[in-house]
Design a protein around this ligand. Structure first.
Ligand code: 5GP
Ligand code: ZN
Length: 142
């Protein structure tokens, strides 16, 4: 498969790696949006969170924790933004799941996760919840 992140995971393409485990690899983003902007990926090609096995999921978030600790120690940021763009609508450009780890600094000019989108449903929240819960029950039965 012609996937740049698979190539990085398979060492067919160079990346500035800062961490590696059996199931994950962590490297610096080539177009950083923050000092120390890193991405953590599963070594196996998975497009979305839902595609991961539970073992991969645990390994991925363990690697995110390692990246936060490492970057925190090395760069002494004031905080972190940790996020996934899943699907084209959310801005996913590379269709191999990756968790962005962005060290944040006071007065870096960036926003919070709340600044990503502001398009809430006009439906009352209780109705929305009902719809969500009902769909879950249907799924569990069917
Ligand atoms: P997305 O928009 O899919 O969430 O983010 C993809 C990220 O991968 C971008 O931040 C982009 O800069 C980074 N990226 C794309 N190609 C490469 C590459 O070849 N090497 C590295 N290190 N990062 C890449
Ligand atoms: Zn891939």
């Amino acid at each position: 498969m012609d996937c740049i992140f698979c190539k990085i995971a398979n060492k067919e393409m160079d990346a500035l790696t800062i961490g590696e485990g059996d199931l994950t690899i962590t490297f610096l983003d080539i177009f950083p949006h923050a000092k120390g902007h890193a991405v953590v990926i599963p070594k196996t090609h998975r497009e979305t969170v839902g595609d991961l096995t539970k073992e991969e999921l645990a390994a991925l978030f363990s690697a995110v924790q390692d990246a936060v600790q490492l970057l925190g120690h090395a760069l002494q940021p004031d905080g972190f933004t940790i996020g996934i763009n899943q699907g084209k609508a959310a801005g996913q450009a590379v269709p191999h799941l990756h968790v962005h780890v962005l060290p944040r600094f006071e007065r870096d000019g960036g926003g919070s996760v709340h600044s990503v989108v502001n398009a809430p449903s006009e439906e009352p929240l209780a109705e929305l919840r009902e719809k969500i819960v009902q769909s879950k029950q249907k799924k569990m039965v069917g």
